[in-house]
Design a protein around this ligand. Sequence first.
Ligand SMILES: C[S@@+](CC[C@H](N)C(=O)[O-])C[C@H]1O[C@@H](n2cnc3c(N)ncnc32)[C@H](O)[C@@H]1O
Length: 237
Amino acid sequence: MTQLYSTLAEVYHEMYQHVFDYDVEFQFYNTILKNNNCHKILEIGCGSGMLARRFLGNGYHYLGLDLYNEMLDIARREVGSDRFVQGDMRNLKFDTQFEAILITGRSLAYVIENHGITSNFEGVFNSLINNGLFVFGVFDAKQIFDNFSDFEQNIEHGSKKIRRISHLEKNLATGWTWDWKAKYIIEQDGKVSEFDDLTTLRAFTRDEIEIFLKLAGFNIAETIDEGKAFTVIARKE
Ligand SMILES: C[S@@+](CC[C@H](N)C(=O)[O-])C[C@H]1O[C@@H](n2cnc3c(N)ncnc32)[C@H](O)[C@@H]1O
């Protein structure tokens, strides 16, 4: 199981501020939400709260959910809000309904088994108002497996240097899944520490996503191509 959101949660938080452009991400979701008059939202896989800060700052009625308390502790600290709950996206239960539910940062990649996807989609369906919007991004199986190669990232955050060497292996055990073996080498004030991490991730074809959504009762409104990923906007109708 990955350590990226537990032992390495602070490293994730520091590193991904330089990997993702959260202003651009926020504007992407903000445009979709505004166009559909959605104000009361749930963000699944909210991580360390980088989008939460922007949603709350822009007046959304926001709740963030994540599996890992280590990520939520950072989110609460960074955003200064208690609008976060711990939970597993495969087992969603709320006593309220939302106008829109987002799964951000391609977090659905961590749900590698079919029954996890169906449980998530059913939970999202039940947690949305009628006509509510479900917006999520996933890795595109064709793009991932056509361009399957190891990679390395070097990131500087203040006085800290983070080097991540990623080795990928196809496993295809539960779908378009692969093992991501990552070595983190962290250097600060002359001290070096190393961590090895193993994560299994899943990509999807558009047909797979369409079938899963139909089974849960959703209609796809739009699919937005993003190269190695795509975002789906679906509606509970
Ligand atoms: C790639 S990170 C994205 C975090 C954040 N959206 C961002 O863009 O920085 C994936 C997130 O999904 C969360 N996650 C993984 N499996 C989950 C599950 N079963 N239920 C809820 N959250 C989960 C992780 O803890 C992590 O915060």
